[in-house]
Design a protein around this ligand. Structure first.
Ligand code: TXA
Ligand code: MG
Length: 388
C-alpha cells in the first residue's frame, strides 16, 4: 500500500477511503465526498497525478474523446481497482493509452506492431480518436485485456493526457470514467457526479472536443475488423487501409472478438426512444400526455421545429447541432444526454442523425441507449456484456 508519509506532495490531498460515507439526506442514498479536482493544465497537478499513478492510484484525466479512468496498465492491482470503481465486469477489456506511437512495439507482438497498416494508421491518425487492437506482449497483465490475447492501444490527442502519461512514465489503462452501463463523461463534473471519491484525483481539462469514444478496430493476423464506431470516421480509416469487416451483434464470433459489445450501453437513466418527427408512423412518440415530462433530443434546429410542430410541449430540449453538423452532434451528444437525464423527465425522445461519418458513432450510442429501460438495469449489470 501507499506510504503517504513519504510523499509530501500528496500529504495535502484528501484521501479516499479515509473519509466515512456520509448521508446527504437521511432518507436519500448514501453519498461519498467528491474527489479532489485539479486543473489539468497545471504542471504541479500533473506531477501529483503521476505520483498517484506510479503508486497504484486511480486518476481521471481528459482526452479528446471522453474522460478516462486511468491506472498504471502494468500494475494488475491498480487495474483491478479500475474494474471495482466502475463496477465493470471482468470480461470487458480496457484500452491502454500511450504517449507516443513509437511505444506500440513494447506492448504489441512484433508481427502486429510491424504491420504496415499499423504504421500507416498511426502516422495518419495518432494522436487521435482511434484504438488499434493488436496481439499483446506478455508485459500487459491479463486483467487489462480480460484474458484476451489482444490489447487495445491508443495515443490520445489531448495535451493533459499526453503530459500525464509522460510524467507517469507508464502506459495507462483507462476506460471511460463512468460507472458501468452509465453515460460516458465529457466534463469533469460528470465524473464527480458519477464516480465520486472512488477515484483518487480528477484532472479537469474542460469539455471534451470530440465527445464520443474512440473508433476501435482489430488489426491482428491480417484481419481488419471494426469493433466500435467512434470519434474517427470509418470512411477515413477505409481510405487508408481498405474496407473494414463489420461485426454484427449476436452473430457467431462477435462476442469472442468484441466482448464489450452486446447488451445495453451508454444509457441514460431515463427511458429513451428514437423517433423521426418526419416519419408519420413515429409522430405518436412526440405526443405529450397530461402529467408527462418529455425531453427532446433534437438533431438540429430544424429537427426541433419539426418535433414541436407534431408534438410537445417538451419539458426540456437539447439540440445536438443547430445546423445538423455531425461532428458538432458527436461533440454534444453525451453532454446533452447528461443534461436531459438530470431534468427529471418521464422519457426522452431522440431524433436519428444520418448514419455516416461521426453520425455513425452517434447512432450507435443512441441505439444502444434505447435497448433497456432503467428498471432492468440495476440487477443485470454483471449478467451481460456492456461497453462501459
Ligand atoms: O475514447 C475512448 O476509447 C475512451 C478514452 C478514455 O480513451 N475509452 C473508452 O474505453 O471508451 P471503454 O473501456 O469505455 O471502451 C473500450 C472498448 C470496449 O468496448 C472494449 O470491449 C474494447 O474497447 N476493447 C478494448 N480492448 C479490446 C480488445 N483487446 N479486444 C476487443 N475489444 C477491446
Ligand atoms: Mg465506456
Amino acid at each position: 500500500m501507499r506510504d503517504r508519509g513519504e510523499r509530501a506532495i500528496l500529504r495535502e490531498m484528501p484521501t479516499p477511503g479515509d473519509a466515512p460515507i456520509r448521508e446527504r439526506d437521511p432518507s436519500g442514498p448514501p453519498t461519498r465526498p467528491a474527489p479532489p479536482v485539479l486543473p489539468g493544465d497545471d504542471p504541479g497537478a500533473i506531477a501529483v497525478a503521476a505520483e498517484w499513478l506510479r503508486t497504484g492510484g486511480l486518476v481521471v484525466f481528459p482526452t479528446e474523446t471522453v474522460y478516462g479512468l486511468g491506472a498504471n496498465a502494468l500494475d494488475a492491482r491498480a487495474v483491478a481497482r479500475v474494474f471495482a470503481a466502475k463496477e465493470r465486469p471482468a470480461f470487458d477489456p480496457l484500452i491502454v493509452h500511450l504517449a507516443d506511437a513509437s511505444e506500440v512495439g513494447a506492448y504489441a507482438e512484433m508481427a502486429d506492431a510491424d504491420d504496415p497498416r499499423v504504421a500507416r494508421l498511426a502516422a495518419r491518425f495518432w494522436p487521435g480518436p482511434l484504438t488499434l487492437v493488436l496481439r499483446k506482449r506478455a508485459v500487459i497483465p491479463g486483467i487489462v485485456t480480460a484474458g484476451l490475447p489482444t490489447v487495445g492501444l491508443r495515443v490520445p490527442d489531448h495535451p493533459v493526457a499526453r503530459a500525464l502519461i509522460r510524467a507517469a512514465g507508464v502506459p495507462l489503462a483507462a476506460p471511460s470514467a463512468n460507472r458501468f452501463g452509465h453515460l460516458s463523461p465529457t466534463r469533469a463534473a460528470h465524473v464527480v457526479a458519477g464516480l465520486g471519491s472512488r477515484v483518487d484525483l480528477v484532472l479537469d481539462g474542460g469539455p471534451c472536443r470530440v465527445g464520443v469514444e474512440s473508433t476501435v478496430i482489430l488489426l491482428a493476423a491480417g484481419r481488419a475488423v471494426l469493433l466500435r464506431p467512434g470519434g474517427l470516421a470509418i470512411e477515413a480509416i477505409e481510405a487508408e487501409i481498405g474496407n473494414l469487416e463489420v461485426l454484427v451483434d449476436g452473430a457467431p464470433g462477435t462476442a469472442e472478438l468484441a466482448p464489450g459489445r452486446s447488451g445495453s450501453h451508454y444509457a441514460p437513466l431515463t427511458p429513451l426512444e428514437l423517433a423521426d418527427p418526419r416519419d408519420p408512423d413515429a409522430v405518436l412518440a412526440f405526443a405529450v400526455q397530461p402529467g408527462e415530462r418529455v425531453g427532446l433530443l433534437a438533431a438540429s434546429s430544424a429537427g426541433r421545429a419539426a418535433a414541436e410542430a407534431v408534438g410537445g410541449p417538451f419539458a426540456a430540449v437539447e439540440v445536438l447541432d443547430a445546423d445538423g453538423d455531425l461532428v458538432g452532434a458527436a461533440a454534444r451528444l453525451f453532454d446533452a444526454l447528461h443534461a436531459l437525464q438530470a431534468a427529471n423527465l418521464s422519457r426522452i425522445v431522440a431524433q436519428p442523425v444520418p448514419d455516416r461519418g461521426l453520425g455513425r458513432a452517434v447512432m450507435d450510442r443512441l441505439r444502444r441507449a434505447t435497448h433497456d429501460a432503467p428498471a432492468g438495469r440495476a440487477g443485470d449489470q454483471y449478467g451481460r456484456a456492456g461497453d462501459q
